[in-house]
Design a protein around this ligand. Structure first.
Ligand code: NGS
Length: 258
């Protein structure tokens, strides 16, 4: 798969029909009325300060999931206050908060700046965790590296619990996805990918986030502590829940460096 390259059309125009979102229930829930959906998914977006992307993303993904006849709820998890972004921790929180509301078949963790291009990239979960956003224009439609597990991933509750969720200690950009991959590998679980031709994305792109200076060290050294850093040590407080038209926004208080 590494080295193959496809170049789909990058036009976003076809995704901007807001009418398509009108029958979504407040809070961002939808179920097809004409069939029994194969999956009911929670789409979880770790988020901070990306209004424009969020607008574009939700309008696109809703249209996309509807075309796949998948029932969905969209949760946006945002930390309160000036705090370094901790993507993995927000993902764990999103998982717990979604699960509190309903037992979803599949939890999909998604960057807000990635738009799927190919409808065959089915947003469901299987017996193995999935790396869903395999390649984008940012990497010239190539897989970054063999163990790349970033952008968008899909896991069942059982698969998430098996690795104790995600790390709480990785503040700043980078490495948390590598850590998730390592957690899975440590449990002898090998995630799966669709071919790049199917799992291609447009990356909307953004300014540089501050990188996590400790990521390499954390990835290398803390795997052995996987059962001491994750869902079982997660501390947060829900500050406010806002049911927006296209998604449920959950503001959370977490502690960490600013
Ligand atoms: C690696 C990061 C990953 C990141 C990946 C892709 O270097 O978290 O780049 O980046 N690992 C570390 O920093 C240890 S991307 O192509 O999206 O810019 O996902």
């Amino acid at each position: 798969m590494i080295g193959t390259s496809v170049k789909p059309e990058l036009s976003l125009d076809r995704f901007t029909n807001v009418e398509e979102t009108l029958d979504v229930r407040i809070g961002g829930h939808w179920t097809p009325s004409y069939c029994t959906p194969r999956f009911n998914i929670a789409l979880i977006i770790p988020y901070k300060d990306r209004d424009e992307h969020l607008h574009l993303f939700t309008n696109n993904i809703i249209r996309f999931l509807k075309a796949q006849h998948i029932a969905f709820s969209i949760f946006v998890i945002e930390p309160v206050g000036k705090i370094m972004f901790n993507r993995a921790m927000l993902m764990s929180i999103g998982y717990l908060e979604a699960k509190k509301r309903q037992n979803y078949d599949c939890y999909i963790f998604h960057d807000v700046d990635l738009i799927p291009l190919i409808l065959q990239n089915y947003y469901g979960c299987y017996d193995l965790p999935r790396h869903i956003a395999v390649a984008s224009n940012k990497t010239n439609f190539k897989l970054n590296y063999a163990g790349y597990f970033g952008g968008a991933i899909g896991m069942t509750a059982k698969q998430i619990e098996r690795i104790n969720g995600f790390s709480n200690i990785m503040f700043g950009w980078g490495g948390e996805d590598d850590d998730i991959y390592n957690r899975l590998r440590k449990m002898n679980i090998k995630p799966r990918r669709y071919p790049i031709e199917i799992s291609a994305y447009v990356a909307l792109g953004h300014g540089d986030d501050s990188a996590n200076p400790k990521s390499m060290d954390q990835i290398e050294n803390h795997l052995q502590f996987m059962d001491q850093d994750g869902l079982n040590t997660l501390v947060y407080k829900v500050n406010m829940v806002k049911e927006r038209r296209l998604f449920t926004l959950i503001y959370v208080n977490i502690k960490g460096p600013s």
